[in-house]
Write a new protein. Sequence first.
Length: 610
Amino acid sequence: MGSTNALFTGLSGLLSNQQRLDVIGNNIANVNTTAFKSSRMIFSTLYSQTMSLGSAPGVNGGTNPSQIGHGTMVAGTQRNFAEGSITHTGITTDMAIKGEGFFVVQQEGEQLYTRDGAFQLDENRRLVTAQGAYVMGWGVDDQWEIVGGELQPLEIPLGAMSAAEATSMVYLDGQLDAAGDIATSGSVHRSGAMWLDAGMTSALGWTWDPDNPDSTGGAQPDLTVAGNNLYIDDGDEGSQLALEGGALATITVSGIEKNGQSMGTHSFVFGSEADAAELDVEGFGSNMQDFTDWMETVLGLHHDEIGGQSLGGRVEIDPTGALVVIGNEGTVQSLDLSSSDITVSYGAETTGHPEAGDPITQPFRLSSEQEGDGESVRTTFAAYDSLGNSVTVHVSLVLQETLESGGSAWTFLAESPDAAGLARIVGSGTLMFDASGALVSASNTTVSIPLDNGSDSPLVLDLDFNQGADGLTAPADASSNIAAISQNGFPGGELVSFGLDDDGTIIGAFTNGATRKLGHVSLAIFANPGGLEDAGNNFYRVGPNSGEAVITTSGKLGSGKVHSGHLEMSNVDLSQEFINMILASTGYQASSRVINASNEMLDQLMLMAR
C-alpha cells in the first residue's frame, strides 16, 4: 500500500537525521577536548522497489528501469584524523604530534594509542596521561644511551637522579722561568743520633747503610723484639727512650705541609699486618727501614730517575744514626715539619718501660738544616671520578737543566692525596723547551690514580700542556706560573628539568650543567587510522580494519614530529557543524512532513469508506 510505504520512508529519514544530530552534538560537545577528532555520518539508500527493469532498444526505443526508493539508512561514521591546531602551553610534560602518529600508552596492561599529549608525572616520577595510563617508550642504560627493544613506561626522576662524568683530560697552561736556578737539593730535616740498648754507647752510633746491609752496625734491628729499645740523643737532657722494643708502638705523622698544603694524617705500627688491622693504621713493619720506606710513600718523596734526572726525595738513617727527611728538589717541594708532627703511642700489650725512662711522645727531635732550592712552580686542581667525587691532584714542575742549545728541561710530578693506599705519587715526566721557550716535547703525561670509593678505578688523566706556540712556554726572566685552565668531567648533579629533542629523545638538565638522555618517546602509525576503535578517554585500540601498530619514533616511517610544551587542539569546525546541524534539522523536519502527508491521505481514505 503506497501510503504505508511513504510512512516508513519518512520514518527512515527521521531516524537517520536523528543519528546525524547525535554525531554533530558529540562533535560540538568535544570542541575543547584535547586532540579530539571529529566524525561525520555517511548516509546510504535503502533497497528500491523495482516496478520495471526497463528494456533494450529494438523495434521500439529502450526504456529505463522504474524503481521506487524506500528511504535512507546510516552507512557508517567516518572519523576525520586531520591535524588540529598546535597550541603552546609552556608545560614541559605537554606533547603534541605535528603530523601522523599516536602516542603509545598502557592502561591496566592493555596497549592503547592517543593523540592527547597532556601528560604529567605521578608519584613514582613516571610519565602518565590524565587518566593514569603509562606513556611508553625506551629507557636508557648506565651510560645514558637509549636501550631499544621492548617498550617500557617512561620515567623522569626529577630531583632523584644524579649525573657525573669522570675527568679524562686536563689542560694546563702558563709560563716557566728558564733563567731560574737549577734544582740541586730538597729541604733537609735531621733528628739527633739514635742507638740501641744492650750495652751499646752513643759513641758507637748506629751506622746502618740501606744500600749496604753488611756495613758497620749490621742489619737493622727488629724493634718488635723485647730489649731492642731505641734511644735518641735529646741534646742537653741526654738520651731519651724513643721506642720500646717489643711494645706495640704506633707512630703517627700529622701536620706536615708541602707548599702550604697538608700531607694528611698517617700511622705506622711496629708489628704485624694483623696488628695494623686491629689498630686501623696504614703501615706496619719491624725495623726502621720499614718505617723510612713508609715515610717516603706517605710524604710523596721521589728519587727515581725522570728523564735522566732525580728529584732526590727520600728518608734515610745517616751514618751517625740520625733520621734524615729529604724533600724533593724545587722550592715548592720543601717540607715544613717539626718534632711535634711525628708522635708515638703504645698499644695495650705494653707492660712497662725500662729504667732508662718513659717514652717521649715526640720520638724524633727534628731540626731544619736547609730549604729546597731550584726554580719550580706548583698548581692544584680537582678532577672527578665516575661517581662525581672530587679528586685532588697537585702538579709540580722543577727546572732540572739548562741545555747547551738554549732550551731547558723540566720535570713534573703529579701527586694525589685521594689515591687509594699510601702512594701519593701518581705520575711523573719531563717537559722540553727550545731556545725560544716553546714546548717541544712532553713525556709520560698520563697519570693513573687508584681509587677505592666504589667508582671506576683507576682514574686516568691525560695532562695536556698544549704543545705549540700558544701553550705552556719557558722564556727567560719570566715569573713562573701554571694553572689548569680547563678540563672535562663534572661532579654529580641533580636532575632539575627536561625537554624533548626533535627525534623524541627526552633530554635531562642537571644542576652541574650536564645534559643526559632520559628516554625516548615512541609513536605508533597505522595503515588505516580510520579503522581504530574509540576506547574512550581519548584512547584508541587496534580495530579489525586498522592494521597492526608500527612502533617508531618522531619523524621516522612517515610519523610526525613530537613537540614538547605544546598540545594539539580539537579539529572540530564549529561553522561546519552548525551548517550540518541545520541540514539535519531540515531533513528531520522534511521527513516528518512526509509522515504527516501520508497520515492525511490515510485519513481521506478512511472517510471514503464511511
